[in-house]
Design a protein around this ligand. Structure first.
Ligand SMILES: [Ca+2]
Ligand SMILES: [Ca+2]
Ligand SMILES: [Ca+2]
Length: 284
């Protein structure tokens, strides 16, 4: 008669299992660190990004510095910024090879020609460097001037925030004007600006750094977005690491941001590792 005795098998880890468990733990810890790192990047933003829209109407814009006809800027994104005694509307859109902005300075009803100004800055690659780099540009329009001017980052002049004036790129437009009865928001005449910016300067992406400053000479004040990114004078542009974001939510200006890619990879790694773990347990 055969008597079989079932003895409990001692837990035994082969070298292969040991390294598998070790790699599992390393991947899990690394994933969590990446996840936290990417989450911090996402939640560290003080301001919600500006969401720029794709539009089929921008090529119909008449560049005269004001809202020229009722439908002119209707097919664009709308953002409103309010300050003590100041209200500014920003309309933004992109079409083909250009990004378009309309800056409506509703509360600037003093026409300081040669002084009132709107400046839009865009951080190519959105790397938010402390010191601006060559793919960071600022586009500036002054009331009364027929054409705006362009500044590029990466210069050695720290006083100007490392921006320097460059020859205007082909097809760039930036100019200001005084609104009239066609303005969408108020019949009160006020200062407004229109911009047409070639995308090749900043490379095509769905995500850029963004900074707006508006100057009203009669109050001698700069009004900025992000609100915390302050501008003291015309010589100085705040560091790109204080700028906000402008994002194409439908990816029509393409690519995923790095934090999003890290987050997605991290989640996939965690799911795969957790899926494989029961298989390992069965082997003991
Ligand atoms: Ca116009
Ligand atoms: Ca003014
Ligand atoms: Ca940059």
């Amino acid at each position: 008669m055969n008597i079989s005795i079932n003895l409990a098998k001692p837990t035994f880890y082969s070298l292969e299992d040991f390294f598998y468990l070790l790699s599992y733990k390393i991947i899990l810890i690394f994933s969590i660190i990446l996840f936290l790192f990417s989450s911090e990047n996402i939640f560290a933003l003080d301001e919600e990004p500006i969401l720029i829209t794709s539009s089929f109407q921008m090529e119909k814009v008449i560049f005269d510095g004001k809202w020229t006809f009722p439908a002119e800027w209707k097919a664009s994104s709308l953002n409103e910024f309010t300050y003590d005694g100041m209200r500014i509307i920003l309309r933004s859109a992109h079409q083909n090879n250009f990004i378009y902005f309309y800056v409506d300075v509703l509360s600037d009803q003093t026409f300081n020609k040669g002084l009132d100004n709107a400046t839009i800055c865009i951080d190519g690659k959105n790397n938010k460097n402390l010191i601006s780099d060559y793919d960071d540009f600022c586009f500036s329009s002054t009331l009364g001037n027929k054409q705006g001017v362009v500044f590029q980052g990466g210069s050695i002049n720290a006083i100007t925030g490392n921006f320097q004036k460059i020859p205007n790129p082909e097809n760039f437009i930036g100019l200001g004007n005084i609104s009239d009865e066609n303005n969408r928001y108020t019949k009160e005449p006020h200062v407004s600006y229109e911009f047409k910016i070639p995308i090749y300067l900043i490379e095509r992406s769905d995500n850029y750094g963004f900074f707006l400053s508006v100057y009203d000479a009669s109050s001698q004040s700069f009004y900025t977005w992000p609100y915390e990114s302050l501008r003291e004078n015309f010589f100085q542009i705040p560091s790109p690491n204080t700028w906000g974001d402008i994002v194409s939510p439908d990816k029509s200006l393409p690519e995923l941001s790095l934090p999003s890619i890290v987050l997605i990879i991290s989640i996939f790694v965690i799911i795969i590792v957790q899926f494989r773990t029961p298989v390992l347990i069965k082997r003991f």
